[in-house]
Design a binder for this molecule. Structure first.
Ligand code: NOJ
Length: 542
């Protein structure tokens, strides 16, 4: 096993690219690999160490590439395999590694394996997927798919149902079958040999499903499968691996990110993201965001994994609404609150992930239903309308939680289509691009971009960002999110006014004797008073 104490990814910052919406280079309205190559200077300027690339494999794009029909080819809309090789090489020249997105819970129904599997029960690929006998019209049980409808689909040729946790075009792979696992490891090795720097593993906690017992996440054989995969492929290289695990808790996260290197580098856990999720309800059923619970949750993860695991730190990804529209204020305090959220996250222990546009303070959108593209939004809209929900309430849910909030084109400048494409973008550009865009922010020393750039640099400058122990301060305070980080020789304080009201900090310390590493405001008349969304980082040697 490879021990994970001094790994490069502990002081690294990762940048997620959703390729369809990042940069189009050929005017077809869809972002592509050559577009990413054009923007490597921008990413180097930000200071990031690696790009997590959402799927670019060949795919019918039922779920924007999370439905893969060939794991060893690039979808023509993104470019060619040669373009991919060039991206790995060019990124390397900018000291940026490429992290591929592995979707291993399911393939596309257009994958060769599934095309074969559905032909007959005797077909050698049949057992690559999860089948159950049944009568047409009477599925094996009432399990629901994540994008709505039954999780079972009838195939008349074999007179069986196949299991799909996501769309009907995303049949679940059968991890119980050792041949499937072998094929997967071989394919992963092929990408490692191409020089990629690591992998993000899509819904990895759902691979060991047992649908007869209605088990999807955290199945009994999950860690056995992950450890095998890690042994067979990941441990052979100096890779970063991050598993997406909606069912992660601090206990199993210690396994996932075990310092002995037996599983992954880290996982994406979602406890801090799901705080407004009510038991038994769906993500679309909106509830207020509980601030004290956010503090408690993030600090529990910080403390639980210290020394015996590793955290990933993120606010955003391609499935989540924009953080400044969620916990911040995307109107009068957009800049201040976007910076505050950056400071709060980047001061913690773990590896931070920045999702494209987050570093600009990009915001949610309010589109009409016909302007949304996401399969999850479209299916939910139809389903809820059928169930009698009002148009207004359905749209309110989409505005707050819809995945397309994160998928609007990257806002590069104030020219047509925000500089994203010379053609008609596949999804409408956020109308606020003339005001919020990279070109303007690169010129402005006080921009959100410059704050992110500073955060990335600080993490590399002071070891306390990587190894400092975490202590939550003022746990019951309903305005401040404040914490300290300490290692043997250094101390860091991160103090954030989380709200739009001016408030005096109820914490005594010799602040004047410390170095102010960062603040999102100019010094005020009274240093004890924090203005709306004011965030400061203080530092001292000890
Ligand atoms: C999680 C991915 O992040 C999401 O975009 C996708 O729809 C599902 N997994 C299914 O692959």
């Amino acid at each position: 096993m490879s021990e994970q104490t001094n790994k490069w990814w502990k002081s690294a910052v990762i940048y997620q690219i959703y390729p369809k919406s990042f940069q189009d280079s050929n005017g077809d309205g869809i972002g592509d690999l050559n577009g990413i190559i054009q923007r490597l200077d921008y990413l180097e300027n930000l200071g990031i160490d690696a790009i997590w690339l959402s799927p670019v494999y060949r795919s019918p794009q039922d779920d924007n590439g999370y439905d893969i029909s060939d794991y060893q080819d690039i979808d023509p809309m993104f470019g060619t395999l040669a373009d991919m090789e060039r991206l790995i090489e060019e990124a390397g020249k900018h000291k940026i590694r490429i992290i591929m997105d592995l979707v291993l819970n399911h393939s596309s129904d257009e994958h060769f394996w599934f095309q074969e599997a559905r032909k007959s029960r005797e077909n050698p690929y049949h057992d690559y997927y999860v089948w159950r006998d049944g009568e047409e019209g009477t599925p094996p049980n009432d399990m629901k798919a994540n994008f709505g409808g039954s999780a079972w689909e009838w195939v008349p040729e074999v007179k069986q149902y196949y299991f799909h946790q996501f769309s009907v075009k995303q049949p679940d792979l059968n991890w119980e079958n050792p041949k499937v696992r072998k094929e997967i490891y071989r394919m992963i090795q092929w990408w490692i040999d191409k020089g990629v720097g690591g992998f993000r593993l899509d819904v990895i906690d759902q691979i060991a499903k047992e649908p007869d017992k209605k088990i999807t996440a955290n199945g009994p054989r999950l860690h056995e499968f992950i450890q095998e995969m890690s042994r067979e492929v990941f441990q052979k290289g100096d890779l970063i691996t991050v598993g997406e695990a909606w069912g992660a808790n601090p206990k199993n996260a210690k396994l996932y990110s075990n310092p002995d290197g037996s599983e992954f580098s880290m996982v994406f856990q979602f406890e801090h993201i799901c705080l407004d999720q009510q038991p038994g309800k769906e993500k679309w059923d909106l509830a207020p965001l509980p601030f004290l619970k956010l503090k408690e949750t993030l600090s529990r993860w910080q403390t639980a994994l210290d020394g015996c695991g590793w955290n990933s730190l993120f606010w955003n990804n391609h499935d989540l609404p924009r953080i400044v529209s969620r916990w911040g204020n995307d109107k009068e305090y957009r800049v201040e609150s976007a910076k505050m959220l950056a400071v709060l996250l980047h001061g913690m222990q773990g590896t931070p992930y920045i999702y494209q546009g987050e570093e600009l303070g990009m915001t949610n959108v309010k589109y009409s239903i016909g302007e949304y593209r996401d399969i999850e939004i479209r299916n939910m809209y139809e389903e809820r309308k059928r169930q009698g929900y009002s148009e207004e309430s359905v749209m309110r849910s989409i505005y707050a939680k819809g995945r397309d909030n994160a998928r609007t084109p990257m806002q590069w400048d104030d020219s047509a289509n925000a500089g994203f494409s010379a053609g008609e973008p596949w999804i409408k550009v956020n109308p606020n691009y003339p005001e919020i865009n990279a070109k303007a922010e690169l010129r402005d020393p006080d921009s959100v971009f410059m704050c992110y750039k500073k955060m990335v640099a600080l993490r590399k400058q002071y070891p306390v960002f990587v190894d400092g122990h975490f202590e939550l301060l003022l746990p019951e305070d309903d305005t401040f999110f404040a914490y300290a980080r300490r290692n043997e020789g250094e101390e860091l304080y991160v103090i954030c006014n989380f709200f739009g009201r001016e408030t005096a900090l109820p914490l005594e310390e010799n602040w004047e004797e410390m170095e102010l590493l960062y603040s999102n405001y100019e010094p005020g008349k009274d240093a004890a008073v924090y203005r709306p969304y004011e965030a400061r980082m203080y530092y001292r040697k000890r």
